[in-house]
Design a binder for this molecule. Structure first.
Ligand code: PHE
Length: 348
């Protein structure tokens, strides 16, 4: 029986055949197991001889099966290596790569422009507490401006160690507070990042981007603010004819507060920045909020307002990107559509 099994195994030239022989010989119902069962009926002397003999057979068959299997697998590999060839002259498959997003592009450009003016880049957490986001910015618990922000709050019971309620920051202004508290004065920084408000239409998304600017030093005045904004906008829009208009406004954290408009003309149905908004065919467009940092805010952040003062501004990054690259729907910024990116020149 064993000679027959080994002979047939030798003639088998596929793996399925090897497996069939294994089942037939060593399987539960296989002939070797049938023989093993007869051991129980044998005398102890007989069993002493037959037991080891059958075990030896099992080992031999099992080894032969493994050998045959390995040989067949090696032959199969040989065959594939001989027949499959690789044509190295064919063009390589295209590897899709991403491109820089307009928001990142604008943030990088602004970081560079402000670096030339001696500003560093600061960041703060997107999950903020209401002390940094509101209270320290001169918006007490009952301040009506809190309601204007359409804030995403965490649960009533989600509070930090000081008992403050947690929220998604509604602006980058809390970074003003964190920077003053952590590094003291003087300060010259910008703080780019994501901010959140419960709002959604063609010009509003629940998440958008701002860049905060903060300068704290001795003898800083509104003229410094105006010059800084003009210089950065001229560099960013790459035009010398950028004209700003400063309008009195109100923010709880600046005093005085200034809304900054920029003059534009309409060319081919598109708003193009440049020129005075009062000129023929021109208009003014609201661009950003700013002002002299409120003395109360400087005090809240642990500095002496009699020694230190400064200015701050906050500008929408998405807004700047739309103006510079001519995009008209803010929501498309966050659709992740490569065709939209490519249309505006943001291809790999
Ligand atoms: N934080 C304000 C906003 O989001 C903008 C601002 C920043 C205004 C700094 C003044 C000074 O609307």
């Amino acid at each position: 029986k064993i000679a027959d099994t080994l002979a047939r195994l030798h003639r088998t030239d596929d793996l399925a055949g090897v497996e069939a022989i294994r089942v037939e010989a060593l399987g539960k119902q296989g002939w070797l197991n049938q023989l093993m069962k007869t051991l129980g009926r044998m005398s102890p002397e007989e069993r002493q001889v037959e037991g080891p003999r059958l075990q030896g057979m099992r080992t031999r068959i099992s080894e032969a099966l493994d050998d045959r299997k390995a040989a067949l697998e090696a032959a199969e590999l040989e065959r594939r290596l001989a027949t499959e060839t690789l044509d190295l002259t064919l063009p390589a498959p295209a590897m899709p790569t991403g491109s820089v997003h307009p928001v990142s592009q604008v943030m990088d450009e602004l970081a560079e422009i402000f670096a030339d003016l001696g500003f560093s880049v600061a960041t703060g957490p997107e999950i903020e507490d209401d002390w940094h986001n509101f209270t320290a910015l001169n918006m007490a618990e009952t301040h009506p401006a809190r309601a204007m922000h359409d804030t995403f709050y965490f649960g009533e019971q989600d509070r930090d160690a000081r008992g403050n309620r947690m929220l998604l920051r509604t602006h980058t202004s809390p970074v003003q507070i964190r920077s003053m508290v952590e590094q003291g004065a003087p300060i010259r920084l910008i703080a780019p990042g994501r901010v959140y408000r419960s709002d959604s239409d063609a010009t509003h998304t629940p998440m958008f981007h701002q860049i905060e600017g903060l300068v704290i030093d001795r003898d800083i005045h509104l003229g410094h603010l105006k010059w800084t904004l003009e210089t950065f906008l001229k560099a960013f829009f790459e035009r010398d004819d950028i004209v700003l208009r400063l309008r009195p406004s109100y923010f709880p954290f600046t005093e005085p507060s200034v809304e900054v408009d920029v003059g534009f003309a309409v060319e081919n149905g598109r708003r193009v920045l440049g020129g005075s908004g009062d000129d023929e065919g021109h208009g003014w467009m609201e661009l950003l909020g700013s002002g002299m940092v409120n003395a109360r805010v400087i005090h809240f952040a642990g500095l002496d307002p009699d020694e230190w003062q400064g200015f701050a501004f906050g500008v929408g990054v998405d807004r700047l990107a739309m103006l510079k690259y001519g995009m008209d729907d803010l929501r498309a910024f966050f659709d992740g559509d490569q065709r939209w990116l490519a249309h505006y020149g943001f291809s790999p």
